[in-house]
Design a protein around this ligand. Structure first.
Ligand code: 5GP
Ligand code: MN
Length: 334
C-alpha cells in the first residue's frame, strides 16, 4: 500500500492503491456471492490491483459458466500478505469460513465491506451496507457505473446472476423498479437472461432432482400448513449421491405450498453439524429465527449451522419456529 490516509480515498482510491486484493466468497456460496466477487475482481484489475477470489467451500458448479470461475482459489492454496480484504455479501468475517484462518485477527489487512444484510458485525475500515439493495451485486453495479469503470459482457453476466438469484429471478418483493433498471442495463451490456436462467434453473444434475424427491417424501406440515419442514440425514444424502450444493433449491419448494408461512430445510452434514435454511412469506422475520441458532440472513431467507444431532436440532428449531407463527390461523394471506 502506498496510501498515507485511506479515509480520504473512497472505495475507488482504496482499491486502486492496494497491490493485492483478496475477495472471499461466503460459505455455501450463492449467485450473489459468486457474481459480486467475480465482478469486483474484474474491477480491481481495471484499477491496477491484483485480485484473487477465494472460496472456503468448493465453488458451486452451477456458476461454472461465469468467466473467472475457474480461477477461484481455495484458502490452502494461498498465503498472505494481502493489502486488502474485500468482504462482499458477508454479514460477518466468520461467513468467509476458513479464509478467516489466513489471518489472525490482529493481522487483518485493510478491510472493505460491501453488503446488503440488515444485521451484521460490520467489520471494516470502509463499510458500505445498504439493506434496501436486493443483492450485493446491485451495489457493485452502482459503484462500477459511478466509478466509470469498463463493464464487459462477462461482468454484466456475473452481476445479472447475483441480482437474479437473490431476487428469485425478479419474483421476490426485494425486486424493485431499480432492480429492473439495473437488470436492463446489464442486458444492454451483454448479459443474456434466458441463458443465465437456463444455466441456473435448468441443466440440473440428476442427484439434485433425486434428493429433492427424498426431501418431498419426508415433508411434514404443522399448524395447518403454516409451517412446512423436511430433514435430510447423511444416509439420505449418500443414498442419492447428493452434495451440499444439491439441496439449495429445496426450501423454496416447501414455501410454495399454498398455506405456507415458514419453510425449513435441515440437512445433516458430514462434520456432525446441521445446516438449516429458513424461508418465510409475509409475517415471520426468519433472520431473527436464524439468529436464535447463531445464524442470520434476511427477513424472508435466512440460515444457520448448528452442531449436534439432527433429531434434537430439528425439535428445537421446530419449537422456535412454531412460537413465532402468527397466532390466528388462516388470516395470514392477502
Ligand atoms: P440459504 O438458506 O440459501 O443457505 O441461506 C439464505 C440466506 O441466509 C443467505 O443468503 C445468507 O444471507 C443467510 N445465511 C445462511 N446461513 C447463514 C449463517 O450460518 N449465518 C448467517 N449470518 N447468515 C446465514
Ligand atoms: Mn446477497
Amino acid at each position: 500500500m502506498t496510501t498515507p490516509d485511506w479515509r480520504d480515498l473512497g472505495l475507488t482510491g482504496l482499491l486502486s492503491s492496494a497491490d493485492s486484493v483478496l475477495i472471499p466468497l461466503h460459505v455455501s456460496p450463492d449467485g450473489d456471492s459468486v457474481g459480486s466477487a467475480l465482478a469486483m475482481a474484474a474491477a480491481c484489475r481495471h484499477l491496477g490491483s491484483r485480485a484473487t477470489v477465494v472460496s472456503s467451500d468448493p465453488p458451486p458448479e452451477t456458476y461454472r459458466f461465469l468467466a473467472g470461475w475457474e480461477d477461484i482459489r481455495r484458502p490452502e492454496d494461498l498465503s498472505p500478505p494481502f493489502d486488502l480484504l474485500l468482504l462482499l455479501d458477508c454479514s460477518s468475517l466468520s461467513r468467509t469460513g476458513r479464509v478467516r484462518e489466513l489471518f489472525d485477527t490482529s493481522g487483518l489487512p485493510l478491510v472493505v465491506t460491501i453488503d446488503h444484510h440488515r444485521k451484521g458485525e460490520r467489520i471494516g475500515d470502509y463499510v458500505w451496507v445498504d439493506p434496501a439493495a436486493a443483492a450485493t451485486a446491485e451495489m457493485v453495479f452502482d459503484w462500477i457505473s459511478d466509478a466509470g469503470l469498463p463493464l464487459e459482457a462477462d461482468v454484466a453476466s456475473a452481476l445479472y446472476t447475483g441480482i437474479a438469484t437473490d431476487t428469485g429471478f425478479f419474483a421476490y418483493p426485494n425486486a424493485s423498479a431499480g432492480t429492473f433498471d439495473r437488470a436492463a442495463a446489464l442486458v444492454r451490456r451483454g448479459a443474456v437472461p434466458d441463458r443465465i436462467y437456463r444455466k441456473i434453473s435448468e441443466d440440473r444434475p440428476l442427484q439434485e432432482i433425486r434428493i429433492l424427491g427424498r426431501a418431498l417424501e419426508k415433508l411434514q406440515v404443522e399448524a395447518g400448513g403454516l409451517l412446512a419442514w423436511t430433514a435430510l440425514t447423511r444416509e439420505d444424502m449418500l443414498e442419492k449421491a447428493a452434495g451440499p450444493d444439491d439441496t439449495e433449491g429445496i426450501v423454496n419448494r416447501l414455501r410454495s405450498i399454498a398455506a405456507n408461512e415458514v419453510a425449513i430445510l435441515l440437512v445433516q452434514t458430514d462434520s456432525g453439524h446441521v445446516k438449516i435454511s429458513f424461508r418465510s412469506r409475509k409475517k415471520v422475520d426468519v433472520s431473527e429465527l436464524a439468529g436464535e441458532f447463531g445464524g442470520g440472513g434476511h427477513a424472508r431467507a435466512a440460515g444457520a449451522t448448528v452442531a449436534g444431532n439432527v433429531d434434537e436440532v430439528t425439535r428445537e428449531v421446530l419449537a422456535a419456529a412454531l412460537s413465532r407463527l402468527p397466532q390466528t390461523e388462516g388470516d395470514h394471506r392477502s
